[in-house]
Write a protein that binds this ligand. Structure first.
Ligand code: KG4
Ligand code: ZN
Length: 421
């Protein structure tokens, strides 16, 4: 089967086409296209994402992204005749589309010429992110999916954004062993999830305030770095990490002093919030505040200071994520650890998780039985951040719950606070 997927939950406009072959229990995924149209340039000036502006950009980007995705998948076929405005059937369909896209009139204006120009593609299912995310952005994708579903008469399936950050790992990995512990770390979420099988999730813990990605972004703003902050901090930190004696960083002691006074003439330490609590929750807003106060004390904000600070911020976040995740892995005797979400693109985070998984003794059994073997999975970095391919994979696994037009027009809704469990 072929799935067309749509992702507009935040500031990336994604359209993908996924072909699935193989058997039900062992599907073979073949990504025919995966187009991500980033809005970074637009939001950079403001240091963050403004939903109304992101909604406008999604409306602008969706048709070019759809065109590019179908073209790459070799599914873009031009009609060899002109539509007549006297075709009443079509006119009534277009007017229905206008209703569906009532609040996305810019998108409607771009969609009509597209539908007049190209034939219905060979697609069996449309998958769309319906939450969680920024509500106005989610609605653009959802209403676009409804419009295509209605016009082309293709069933549609709503997809949970958090679940798709996890299930993208199934794209290239077969025989994933359960139970799985999944750490989803993005700009909007930080959750530790116990997964007994696909579709069976329990949130073990989550952030009580800012998400890990949000913390990267806010700290980057304090340091005067670009948006998004995660890659900017990672880049700055990498020069310090590369020149550092092995073993200096990665010591998850709260309030330990890592900023070297040789470099910035100041003695700054960042906290590791909630690192030793018995639950699986996180808190990152205090870390951001600590960075703000520390930064105020620095007079000479030279490059070396920024590099040191970036490395310390990154390490503080990694320390907390690593400690809580390993606790969940041990407590639930997980067989697989899955990382997902934008922050999981972070190289240093991956390196330290990989090292921990290799060196830690899991499930040590005094009766001589083999210790639990853990496998660590993380998507290609470009699939860690928002994209539509992950939506397509998730749509495939839940295809039984697909909704057919015209019922879908009433029942499909965006939900900014959608929960995985
Ligand atoms: O999953 P995602 O693309 O969007 C949301 O669902 O939020 O995640 C975006 C977040 C941003 O906060 C960004 O700064 C962070 O992921 N991020 C990173 C890296 N790449 C993206 N954080 C740390 N290191 C990175 N390399
Ligand atoms: Zn995301």
């Amino acid at each position: 089967m072929k799935i067309l997927a749509i992702e507009t939950s935040c500031d990336d406009t994604g359209i993908a086409v996924l072909e699935v072959k193989g058997t039900k229990s062992s599907p073979d995924f073949n990504a025919l296209s995966n187009i991500v149209s980033s809005q970074i340039e637009v939001h950079k000036k403001y240091g963050g994402v403004y939903p109304a502006m992101a909604k406008r950009e999604h409306q602008k980007n969706l048709i070019p992204a759809l065109e590019a995705a179908l073209k790459k998948a070799e599914m873009l076929k031009i009609f060899n005749f002109q539509f007549s405005i006297f075709n009443e059937f079509l006119m009534s369909k277009f007017s229905k589309l206008e209703n569906i896209l009532e609040r996305e009139s810019d998108l409607f204006k771009k969609l009509i010429p597209f539908l007049k120009k190209y034939k219905k593609p060979d697609i069996d299912l449309i998958a769309v992110t319906n939450g969680p995310g920024l509500e106005p952005c989610l609605w653009v994708g959802v209403n676009f999916a409804k419009a295509l579903s209605y016009f082309w008469d293709i069933p549609v399936i709503p997809v949970n954004h958090i679940e798709s950050h996890i299930l993208v790992n199934f794209l290239e990995n077969k025989d994933i062993k359960f139970p799985v512990i999944a750490l989803v770390v993005s700009g909007g979420h930080t959750q530790l999830i116990l997964m007994k099988k696909i579709g069976d999730y329990k949130i073990l813990g989550e952030t009580r305030d800012d998400a890990a990605g949000e913390c990267f972004d806010k700290c980057a703003k304090i340091l005067g770095l670009g948006y998004p902050g995660g890659p900017a901090i990672a880049e700055l930190a990498s020069s310090v990490i590369a020149s550092e004696p092995a073993g200096k960083r990665g010591n998850p002691e709260p309030f330990h002093k890592t900023l070297d006074s040789r470099f910035c003439g100041n003695d700054i330490s960042l906290p590791r919030p909630m690192i030793n609590t018995k639950d699986y929750d996180f808190s990152f807003s205090g870390l951001k505040t600590a960075v703000l106060y520390a930064d105020k004390k620095i007079k000479n904000k030279n490059k070396k200071y920024k590099q040191e600070m970036a490395a310390e911020i990154q390490q503080a976040i990694i320390d907390v994520l690593l400690k809580k995740t390993m606790k969940a892995v041990k407590d639930y005797r997980a067989k697989t650890l899955i990382l997902g979400g934008g922050v999981s693109a972070n190289k240093e985070l991956r390196k330290q998780f990989t090292k921990k998984i290799k060196t830690e003794t899991f499930g040590f059994l005094p009766n001589g039985k083999k210790p639990n073997q853990i496998k660590l999975l993380a998507p290609d970095p470009e699939l860690s951040t928002d994209n539509a391919l992950m939506v397509a994979v998730t749509g495939y696994f839940h295809r039984k719950a697909m909704r057919h037009p015209p019922g879908v027009l009433k029942t499909l809704k965006a939900n900014a606070n959608l929960r995985i469990s």
